[in-house]
Design a protein around this ligand. Sequence first.
Ligand SMILES: NC(=O)NCCC(=O)O
Ligand SMILES: [Zn+2]
Ligand SMILES: [Zn+2]
Length: 461
Amino acid sequence: MTILIRGGTVVNATGAAPADVLVDGERIAALLAPGFPLQADETIDATGKYVIPGGIDAHTHMEMPFGGTSSADDFASGTTAAAWGGTTTIIDFAVQAKGTSLLSTLDRWHQKADGRCAIDYGFHMIVSDVNDTSLKEMESCVDAGVNTFKMFMAYPGVFYATDGEILRAMQKARETGSTIMMHAENGIAIDELVAQALAQGRTEPVEHGLTRPPELEGEATSRAIALAKVTGSPLYVVHLSAAQALDAVARARDTGQNVFAETCPQYLYLSLEDLARPDFEGSKYVASPPLRPREHQSELWRGLRTNDLSVVSTDHCPFCFKDQKELGRGDFSKIPNGIPGVEHRIDLLHQGVVRGEISLARWVEICSTTPARMFGLHPRKGVVVPGADADLVVYDPAATQVISAATHHMDVDYSAYEGMEITGRVDTVLSRGRVVVDASGFRGSTGHGRFLARELNQYLV
Ligand SMILES: NC(=O)NCCC(=O)O
Ligand SMILES: [Zn+2]
Ligand SMILES: [Zn+2]
């Protein structure tokens, strides 16, 4: 089966140029001069549109257990929504519960995902129980294509790891060539502030933000960087939200340390003002780290331009407003943490192009090419070149849309971006050569997506 995508502008991280794209089976076969005379089984007209590599969302939580409930999207609904939004690969987090092994956790996540995903997928591993067994098991995870391990400096009693535990895991990461991903917030200090707020009767969602000040993200980020330096381990800071944390990352990178960071669309577009919405509406915006005062946003956009922020992922972690966020009415600390977004990352970041915050090539780089290289998927994913998987998005930069829960495909009853007007829209999506979304709707199938055993981080020196 061949498909010819005609008349579009191919955008890679290296730049944009008019070209026709020939797909043969699951792979890109050729980039051709526009109008090159060739017949294919199917032709897609991309005139006036971009042809970009499918998005790679390196931070999602499908069916994630949290605070007595579970995130609302399962692997079927979440990956279908991702496809609608031009994302053709996700990397989800398998979550080790305390007292369980990493390998049984990995098995469990395979059971949840295998045969149910609409697009390709990989896993990171959350390590919440550092001991001799789990440290040894990190080696087997790497062999199984899971070479990125998330640890938490937040959530004492749940996921929290001490500095000593982090140090030991980083030593193992150094030994195995794997990368530690860090949730960098000072959870011990935050828990004190939370207890004080509740004791004073401050129970509203906005208190979630006020009890997690940006300084405590900056401090934890600096500490993680120091531990990484001592151990020689690479560090990837997840969901960076605060200027103070960005500053620490930028300083480390200036010294040549293997420190990388991602931010998320919610930190670029939403703010503490959303957390302060009345009538418990603020609960829709509870995630950790929290949304920050608006002035952090321009710093994050700058970080994306300077590459101190290398990736934008969603941290997609949906909880329904009606029956899940509700768990924290009267006590903000019980609101399940997370914001939905897997469907809208490509559109929201294209908005950054429209507003002149980032270039077209940088849009592709932070949404696809760099995650592919950072997480060992390149050159199979993340680029429009012959030989790569035909994970392709035809994107119409002139179309307009309004984001709404009434029209999105995520299995959650609200949108954090409700009513936001977007210039640009996904037109057609191919996953490994199969059209999964086009004007007729969703044409893919859950079960089409394959597990991706990943190579090591290609940015390490
Ligand atoms: N970010 C968030 O609030 N929920 C998902 C879990 C995590 O990434 O820490
Ligand atoms: Zn986290
Ligand atoms: Zn997360």
